[in-house]
Design a protein around this ligand. Sequence first.
Ligand code: NAD
Ligand code: UDP
Length: 482
Amino acid sequence: FKGGTDDVRESPAIRVVRSLIADGCIITAYDPAAMKNAQAVLPEGSVAFAENAYQVMDEADALVVLTDWAEFSQLDMVQIKQRLGSPIVLDGRNMFDSSAMKEMGLTYVCVGRPSDGIVTAKQAFSAGKRKKRALVTGAAGFLGSHMVDALLAEGYSVLGVDNLLTGRVKNIQHLNGDPHFEFLRHDISEPFDPGTMDMVFNMASPASPVDYTIHGVETLLVGSSGTRNALEIARRYKAKFLHCSTSECYGDPLIHPQPESYWGHVNPIGPRSVYDESKRFSEALIMAYHRYYGVDTRLVRIFNTYGPRLQLNDGRVISNFLRQALCGEDLTIYGDGSQTRSFCYVSDQIDGLLRLMHSDEHNPVNIGNPEEFTILECANEVLAATGSESRLVFRSLPQDDPKQRCPDITRAMTLLGWTPKVRLPQGLHLSIPWFAANIGKKADNEHLAPRHITLPALSELPLRTGSARTVTLVDSMRSVSS
Ligand code: NAD
Ligand code: UDP
């Protein structure tokens, strides 16, 4: 934390690294003396260490300078520019000459020297660089909040909309005060007009089996009315539109791996139908808006995605296993654990979504990691990554739980040049610090009791009693009474 020492006690640099990891950043670090001590206090495997100051820059999205070693002030700016993937330098120790950095074409952000023409982080982003305005529905959710971060980093102004049904304010709290981010608490199943938009990312919907079973009707409404409202915004403002659909459209698939051309094997009235049919309806609606109204739409079928900010208590397998392993509880395997899933790390998923948005592809594209694991294998990966000695216990398999799931990503590779980069063990390592830091903390709008519900069969659902109602549905063609 200061040049010339290997002391890392109470080091702000370590705090910054931890917080970047928690936000899903992939860190490569270098320090001439303190790497060994840093390694001991950072979660194992969470940071890669480089051999010299130049090596850390290779292909990085930004260089962050956190200690004032004299050798850092001597770094060759041409090399910095050439090696960085994006020419951004965040200088926490005011080590560099600002005009020279600017002349070199580097975006230079330092601290506490605003008067000599150096930009602060906020000024850097407001310096006329904002390209366009993007709407993200479901912005306080797991994927939505990562999308907001990615768009802000790309220079967009973002309006995030969320009714906080399953999302959390905490996921976007770090954007408080960012002049390029606005948040609107609103249920998108009700119409709204956010003003001019260039892009709409429609990400709002309960997503885990536990969440959509609890919020069944809301799930159907957000897929139907909510998607229609989001489409109307894209239509009105001629915005590009991307919708997050799901591998659940394939149901319990009979074809393996699943290509986009497969129409699926779905129970339309089972407990998962509220989600499956909501997403299938939204896909049909989006294709209709594209065909009949010329809206510039895109459809992504997302396969099981995980990472920091996954709701701790959403009942999904990675959130359950990580929470259980870190708390020393038994890992709950549903069924015999032979069913398979393919797990995609969040940074790969967001990269795929952005590539699709920037493409002209209107037909569905699978985005997921085709490396397939049985649930038992997944449990063992979690035990290995956490070093936990938790036991495996077996519970009943929920109704209609798909036996296998694995994306065919040929279209994503050929159309978008996309392939996932983060394998499950690495992704788990990247997720653990966030889970460890958040377990036990009660978030503003979250009840942290672990949730596991067994999905009831239709015959077990209580029937409402009372007088029958006559409902009349009218459209321009005919009138139906039932
Ligand atoms: P999430 O529950 O963390 O986020 C969904 C967000 O949508 C939440 O913040 C929630 O409050 C919000 N929301 C729900 N209904 C809303 C409404 N009517 N109006 C406004 N906001 C509403 O889930 P996630 O994993 O981030 O999923 C995001 C999207 O990706 C969803 O559409 C989901 O179906 C899709 N998806 C996710 C996965 C995955 O593995 N994470 C897989 C397939 C599809
Ligand atoms: N699962 C499990 N234990 C858990 C949670 C889930 O064995 O604690 C299983 C679940 O039955 C399913 C798989 O893990 O076979 C993935 O479940 P998840 O809820 O994450 O998502 P799904 O792919 O079913 O939508």
